[in-house]
Structures are given as C-alpha cells and as structure tokens.
Ligand binder design. Sequence first.
Ligand code: K1U
Ligand code: ZN
Length: 170
Amino acid sequence: MALLPILKYPDPRLREAAKPVEKITPEILELVENMAETMYDAPGCGLAANQVGVPLRIFVIDAAAEDEPSDLKIFINPEILELDGVQVWEEGCLSFPGATEEIKRAERVKVKALDRDGKEFTLEADGLLAVAVQHENDHLNGVLMIDKLSALKKRMMSKKVEKAKAEARA
Ligand code: K1U
Ligand code: ZN
C-alpha cells in the first residue's frame, strides 16, 4: 500500500470531469486501497480519485464517528439518484488545506454505485454521510466547495489555502 499525494487548489486537474471505470482490474483495486490509506492518513472522511490525479469515477468515504468502528465505503461509477431536503454543514476539503466553510447541501441522498467486487448497490444516507457523498460526487464532476461560496468568501478561502500551502513548504 502507498500514500498518494493529494492535489491542492487551484491545480487544474481538480477541474477535469472524471471518466467511468470500464473494468475493475487489480490496478483499480490497488488504487482504491491506496486512496483509503491516504484518506485515513490525511486524516479525512472522504477522497475522490481525481484528488490524487487519477481522473476515474471512484471515491471512498468513512463517515463513522470517532467512537465507532471504521466503516469504509467504496463507490465506483457512482450515480446520485435522489436528493431531498436541505442541511448546512461546516465542510473541509483535503484539496483546500487550512480552510472550512458552511455549505448548503441536500439533507438526504440516494446513490447507486459498484462495490470493489463490481456488484451494484444502492445507499440512502443522511447527515455527514450524505454531505460526504455529495462532496465527493462533486469532485468527480470537477466541482469544488469554493464554487458554492460568495465572491468574498471565495477570496478568503483562496487566501487561507495559499497561507496553509506556504506554511507547509516552510
Ligand atoms: O474530499 C475531501 O476533500 C475530503 C473531505 C470530505 C468531506 C466529508 C464530509 C464533509 C465535508 C467534506 C474531508 O474529509 S474534510 C476533513 C474531515 O472531514 C475530517 C478531518 C479530520 C478528521 C476527520 C474528518
Ligand atoms: Zn474535497
């Protein structure tokens, strides 16, 4: 297993829409394992393949609370089927180090995807898991949380990211 470098805003590769996985090969399974390891190491509760420079429609999520056992979910070729209600969550993003913002999203989501065995499943989620599914699915479409902010908050977020990147380099 290996840790993968996470692309940081404004890397243009974060804006490219990811392509469907045609076949679940051993290389895809190795990528999924490395993505999970990278997510836990960051730490984060989600990671999309294009955040590690692989433009394929894959994301991983573990939205288990700290006092619960881990619950890794793998989504290959996910499709959001239903969105319902509204919730506001203080979101972070591993591609925006040092910045969080309140983002409005659907309260409940129904999503279908393939698991690591290529078997289709449907998941209905609310709370943090619903937020994470929407956040990661946005990544696969090249959409970032900064796109959902006012012009003023966009500028503030960009500055926070540049500061965090400079601190990480120092
Ligand atoms: O996609 C990403 O950049 C990961 C991101 C996903 C996310 C999930 C839920 C709400 C908003 C965003 C994160 O994991 S942000 C960091 C985070 O949620 C976290 C940080 C430390 C410990 C546990 C979770
Ligand atoms: Zn993100």
